[in-house]
Design a protein around this ligand. Structure first.
Ligand code: SF4
Length: 65
């Protein structure tokens, strides 16, 4: 899994950080930062949920093929 996030469209809702703190953090202005772009399998479902739940669709998840 590859995770990326668009800090420009992020509206600082903190939802993803709250849901998966191992993968998402916020910079000093509150915009999303990806801490782990290749998270372990046990976090994949949580990351997908966070991506679906992002109000601005700022999180992108790509599956490895
Ligand atoms: S859920 Fe989306 S809008 Fe909210 S902090 Fe995360 S990336 Fe930003």
């Amino acid at each position: 899994m590859r995770v990326s996030a668009n800090s420009t469209s992020c509206v600082v809702s903190s939802l993803c950080v709250y849901r998966v703190p191992e993968v998402f953090d916020q910079d000093e202005e509150g915009h999303v930062i990806v801490l782990d772009a290749n998270p372990p399998a046990r976090l994949h479902e949580l990351v997908r949920r966070a991506a679906r739940g992002c109000p601005t669709k700022s999180i992108r998840v790509e599956d490895d093929h």
